[in-house]
Design a protein around this ligand. Sequence first.
Ligand code: AMP
Ligand code: GLY
Length: 422
Amino acid sequence: MRILVVGSGGREHALCWAISGSPLCDKLYCAPGNAGIAAVAERVPVGAEDIPGLVDFARGQKIDFVVVGPEAPLVAGLADRLEEAGIKTFGPSAAAARLEGSKGFVKDLCARLDIPTARYRRFTDAAAARAYVREQGAPIVIKADGLAAGKGVVVATTVEEALAAVDERMVARKFGEAGADLVIEEFLAGEEASLLALVDGEHVLPLPSAQDHKRVGDGDTGPNTGGMGAYSPAPVVTPEVERIAMERIFKPTVAAMKAAGTPFKGVLYAGVIVDKGRPKLIEFNVRFGDPECQALLVRLKSDLLPALIATRDGELADFDLRWHDEASLCVVMAAKGYPGDYAKNTEIKGLDRAAAVEGAVVFHAGTAEKGGRILATGGRVLGVTARGKTVEEARARAYRAVDLIDWPEGFCRRDIAWRAVK
Ligand code: AMP
Ligand code: GLY
């Protein structure tokens, strides 16, 4: 088969790494990819959000199957346009991608289906939103309705901060149209976890649990990021948490999307907060998490590609995936300054030494190659991932590999998986 992966981050490197090993894969392209992806796929100079460009490429190159990594092209209808052109695609339609693209849509769905989640109200009027914040008090959570590259959410610890967040979104329109509609919700205390499942429109095939570290600093301090590291499995996700998530979150959502004529196909990622052994939904994503994907895929024993195809084809009913019993862990290396401003085009050395550590794989996120040198071009730059018999062993291996990387302009958290290690 001729396969195209869309995207350029660590998640897409992990997807390409897994797919390139499939006996079903004859030729693998990645648009636009990164320097690490170039080792396993042919890069295509078409952006992940250039929908006409991607459809033209897939048609012209007779691509059999497209795997879409990021959410923005899905919300914009990439899967719809590819399928209309006769190209099978892993990833939901735009209508189904509203599960990530509109927080208001999800909150209304939760209310209708009695899905456990934070209490909320929706607003299109700034004065009403301010009045609600004053009435509820802090802590309180302010969310722009639409996609805002992970920056639309403020967990406000004071009323002043919450009011400023309302004004930034609704009045100053810091996130454009995404802020026209606001969700204001109750603050949930507890421990976060990432629950992912393949969904073929009807059936749900859960993947092992994972936990991400969203804050930039050790001990979960500082501003939110796209994710500074992840590990799998996450002990907070007990069998009971898994059961409740399946019965109360995944199954009702998938059934409702099907009944509405907008079946969800792809990977559905429920970000939950677990409190007293019970999960509540914080958000859905309609794609693999990054860096959860890196941690999960190094644990996968089965061939990923048939699973993605079965998801697209509605054939997950009897599908089974096999996983290594071992744990895994991914440490994100980012450019100093991230998630704020950071220097670009700094050189990274020692990648081969790092990759030679037992059980380790170095996934690239924001990298480019120039005259044989690897340069950092993004905020999140590498995902140093390892498997081990225990999470402690996976962690030791991942940090051993990190320490072999020579990149003075980079940094990472040193405490990934702190909740899981003794
Ligand atoms: P989201 O973009 O919805 O995932 O929100 C970003 C982050 O904000 C989440 O990963 C949580 O850490 C935090 N968050 C969102 N909603 C809530 C909530 N209701 N209570 C506590 N924390 C939240
Ligand atoms: N790691 C969080 C996300 O992918 O949204």
